[in-house]
Design a protein around this ligand. Structure first.
Ligand code: CP3
Length: 385
């Protein structure tokens, strides 16, 4: 790794700290009208709330017929992501059906490597693919750090359009993938069960893998901060594949790069905190390490009880989760029982955001999502007295 590579993230973090302190001198700048419903932002900061807020990972998606119709209108998934008006439309769709407490930007974690020139495309039924995956140290060395304002401008346009459309009703969550998870797609060239190629890189040439993690982290810092400057009010980092690594490698490659991101983010805007949620699927006891990054909240999947997660993290962070998405295939009564168990597992007090433990799948009956959301509204107030 060259000296300049090593310093990329540090330089970006310094530049952002300068911008953040500049902004602190401009009181009142951008102070927007108060949110009608700020339960999500309060819960993520572990402030008291009258009930547990709820949103659903992948709440805009194929289980909704109106989503499939809008995607057809756009032509395909990437054209939908790149059209700010239609991306706004699908972001709003689940909010019209359910009493959710947040909107999440409609986009994908793989827009970042697409902007780095890898050529993202989707083949129906096969998931994401890259035309030019990264395989060699030289390819990683030559990988450009893109100017996100140009190449990802369509995402920031979508954020501004969604904020305008939300008109202060609910907060908007922005997001990105973790460098490790994004890196798995960049190196493997698509979805992979074994992650054989990137794990071989970790073993044979860890310096090149670290250089790749640094480049993706640097780009992701700029990308997330531009989402905040365009109107995102909370941020989530999706690390879907971190737990595929042995714990030491997880800390070295996945957690270290998420730490750099946490350190580089704008944490206050429009006069209030911009909470940061980290989600490593399957983290288990590693939640303890994640809580030490200085993030505000952790996503928890269904393989760890929230009571246990709370013990791992010592109430230092809020927790988001964690109903098994498969529960949504069951009867309304079973869904309600599942909701009751998750609420009981977290227990009393603030700092819980209800969600699934991972994204909703395309086969779910939309009415079942309504059962979940209504159950959280009905059952959660007693944990906040
Ligand atoms: O939560 C939301 O509603 C926001 C939208 C969102 C999408 N992708 C839209 C999407 C978010 C937050 C993501 C994140 C994402 N993308 C992750 C991390 C979260 C997770 O679920 O683990 C990952 C690993 C990806 C990469 C990705 N994008 C894959 C593997 C696939 C194909 C698998 C699938 O579900 O088809 C996508 C495509 C994708 N991203 C779709 C949607 C709605 C489906 C595309 C379609 O409409 O055909």
């Amino acid at each position: 790794m060259t000296e300049s590579d090593e310093n990329i993230v540090d330089r970006i973090v310094d530049r952002i700290s300068d911008r953040v302190s500049d902004r602190k001198g401009q009181e009142g700048q951008g102070a927007a009208k108060a949110l009608d419903n700020d339960l999500l932002l309060r819960a993520l900061m572990r402030e008291p709330v009258p009930r547990t807020p709820v949103w659903i990972m992948r709440q805009a998606g194929r289980y909704l017929p109106e989503y499939r119709a809008t995607r057809a209108e756009a032509g395909d998934f990437m054209s939908l992501c790149k059209n700010p008006e239609l991306a706004c439309e699908v972001t709003m769709q689940p909010l019209r059906r359910y009493a959710l407490d947040a909107a999440i930007l409609f986009s994908d974690i793989l827009t970042v490597p697409d902007a780095m020139g890898l050529g993202l495309y989707f083949e129906t039924g096969e998931g994401p693919k890259f035309e030019r995956p990264l395989r060699t140290a030289a390819e990683i060395r030559n990988l450009p750090i893109p100017d996100v304002s140009g190449s990802l401008g369509y995402v920031f346009d979508a954020v501004r359009t969604i904020r305008r459309e939300l008109d202060g009703r609910l907060p908007l969550i922005g997001f990105a993938g973790s460098p490790w998870t994004v890196g798995t797609y960049m190196v493997e060239g698509g979805s992979s069960r074994e992650l054989g190629t990137i794990k071989a890189l970790a073993k044979d040439d860890p310096a090149s893998l670290s250089a790749l993690m640094d480049k993706v982290a640097a780009t992701t810092i700029e990308y997330l901060n531009a989402q905040v400057e365009s109107g995102a009010q909370a941020l989530m980092v999706f690390d879907t594949w971190g737990a595929a690594l042995a714990p030491d490698d997880y800390r070295r490659f996945s957690l270290a790069s998420m730490q750099k991101i946490v350190d580089g983010l704008i944490r206050e805007r429009e006069g209030r905190a911009v909470p940061v949620i980290l989600f490593t699927k399957g983290a288990g006891p590693l939640l303890t390490d994640m809580a030490a990054t200085g993030c505000d909240a952790l996503g928890v999947d269904w393989t760890t009880d929230l009571s246990r997660a709370r013990a791992y993290t010592g109430d230092r962070v809020a927790l988001q989760g964690n109903l098994d998405p498969a529960t949504l295939r069951e009867s309304p009564e079973t869904i309600r029982e599942g909701v009751a168990r998750v609420l009981e597992s977290y227990g009393d007090g603030p700092g819980h955001v209800f969600n699934l433990g991972h994204g909703i799948t395309p086969d779910i009956d939309p009415d079942h999502v309504g059962v979940l959301v209504d159950a959280v509204h009905e059952m959660s107030p007693r944990y906040h007295r």
